[in-house]
Design a protein around this ligand. Structure first.
Ligand code: EPZ
Length: 430
């Protein structure tokens, strides 16, 4: 299993280009099923999860042409069966987007029940609630979600919980349904708006995305489109935290600063200098990191996908911070790894009490999931000495060429696949 190996203790400086948003790309790739015409998508991040989705599209019978690393042309007119049986998909949550897309277009779907992950149980009851409201019959058989509908008719659906996945999935199932659908208590993340804009560029009639009430008027057919995916707000936030934790000076480019407001505000609160430009943000890390309290909330609140990164930063603050994870029920598994680097953090349920320490001590640690893995790399970059992070496949699910982008900012980091390579790296960096 590959590992990241790094020699931390140096400030990151320079500019980094942010890739397309993984969590927008996953819904948009599946959304290509809703038309028989060509869908041309650019700014697709070249990461494991989007590549798995594209492979799954091919398995369904779609033609998927990779124009370049970040651009694809998809045509799904040749899809015959609406059943996917792919072990990869079982591991990836976003497989659920095939249910909404196949149901919306073909009125049937058979998709592996999405894998959970270490951050908590991840039911899809709100997705199912929406599909049933539109007239679909849904049941689980042999670990697959099986959906069928004679007709799909618009309805009013009020989500019991704000859910990104359910909001996107119900939009896809409703755009070709008869009549109007209203989604109440809808998620408002930037990738929800991106998904609605993508579907509207295909001729859908969706209003209100980005607010908590989305109104959809069913249309008969969707046409092809050319669409560019928004920048990844979480990748941007991760690099902003990297600047802060290494006392560096980094400008994240090709971003939408409005999407970063809660992260920018928190970094200013802990002492960073944050300078906004039209499509970039510069973060200068502070000499002393001040403590702060965090509660993760649906957008525009502080994003749960930035919780491990900000907690890792606060672990080096000059005081005590409290972090409340209100979205997922066990998203602090990585704290044990930070404690192995000397962190003083106590987790009680979904609350972490973080007593700042002066510095991390380098160690060999293991990524438990995607965002926590990225946070552990930030910890390694802050620690003076050699840190190794195991299980980096998790990180490669959502960060395009993470180590290359960090190295371009001055980080001494590489991927190694053996003890011998690790020793060679250590010798080389001294
Ligand atoms: C999406 O997951 C993202 N994944 C997650 O990012 C992100 O953390 C999450 O949204 C919140 O922003 C993708 O977009 C592929 P939810 P999703 O439905 O859609 C509960 C990453 O790091 N819930 O908004 O699964 C759920 O258990 C990943 O990129 C139900 O109870 O999140 C959670 O507690 C990690 N029933 C809360 O709602 C449902 O039917 C929010 O989940 C659906 C969700």
């Amino acid at each position: 299993m590959s590992q990241y190996i790094m020699k931390g203790g140096l400030p990151l400086t320079g500019e980094v280009n942010i890739s397309g948003a993984k969590n927008a790309a996953l819904g948009i790739i599946a959304g290509a099923i809703l038309t028989d015409e060509d869908v041309h998508i650019d700014n697709v991040p070249d990461v494991r999860d989007t590549n798995i989705m594209l492979e799954a599209m091919k398995e369904l019978g779609a033609s998927v042409e990779r124009i370049d690393r970040n651009t694809v042309r998809i045509n799904t007119s040749s899809i015959r069966n609406a059943a996917i049986d792919d072990d990869y998909l079982r591991m990836m949550r976003a497989s659920y987007y095939f249910i909404g897309a196949l149901l919306g277009k073909h009125h049937e779907a058979e998709v592996p029940l999405p894998g959970g992950c270490v951050i908590g149980s991840r039911p899809i009851d709100q997705h199912v609630k929406g599909f049933r409201a539109l007239g679909a019959k849904i049941h689980i058989e042999n670990g697959n979600v099986i959906a069928k509908a004679d007709r799909l008719v618009g309805d009013e659906i009020y989500l019991d919980k704000v859910s990104v996945g359910a909001t996107i999935n119900i939009m896809m199932a409703a755009v070709l349904a008869e009549g109007r659908t209203i989604i109440g208590n809808a998620a408002k993340e930037p990738h929800i708006v991106d998904m609605a804009n993508f579907l509207n560029s295909m001729g859908a009639n969706i209003r209100g995305a980005g607010t908590d009430v989305i109104r959809i008027k069913g249309v008969n057919k969707l046409h092809g489109t050319e669409y560019s995916i928004i920048p990844d707000q979480i990748e941007a936030g991760t690099f902003m935290c990297a600047a802060a934790i290494t006392k560096g000076d980094v400008t994240v480019k090709n971003i939408i600063p409005k999407h970063m407001e809660s992260v920018s505000a928190k970094l200013e609160e802990v002492g960073c200098t944050v300078i906004e430009y039209d499509d970039a943000i510069r973060v200068i890390g502070p000499e002393v990191i001040k403590p702060a309290n965090i509660m993760t909330l649906p957008y525009p609140g502080f994003p749960t996908d930035m919780q491990p990164q900000i907690t890792t930063l606060l672990a080096l603050s000059s005081g005590t911070s409290m972090v409340v994870e209100s979205i997922f029920d066990s998203r602090f598994k990585y704290v044990d790894e930070l404690i192995r680097m000397g962190a003083d953090i106590r987790v009680e349920g979904n609350i972490a009490v973080v007593n700042g320490i002066n510095e991390f001590s380098p160690a060999q640690i293991t990524a438990p999931d995607l965002r926590a893995g990225a946070a552990l790399v930030l910890a390694g970059l802050a620690a003076d000495g050699i840190t190794i992070v195991n299980e980096i496949e998790f990180i490669q699910r959502g960060y395009e060429h993470f180590e290359k982008k960090l190295a371009e900012l001055g980080a001494t980091i590489d991927i190694v696949d053996s003890e011998r390579e690790a020793k060679k790296f250590a010798m080389k960096v001294g």
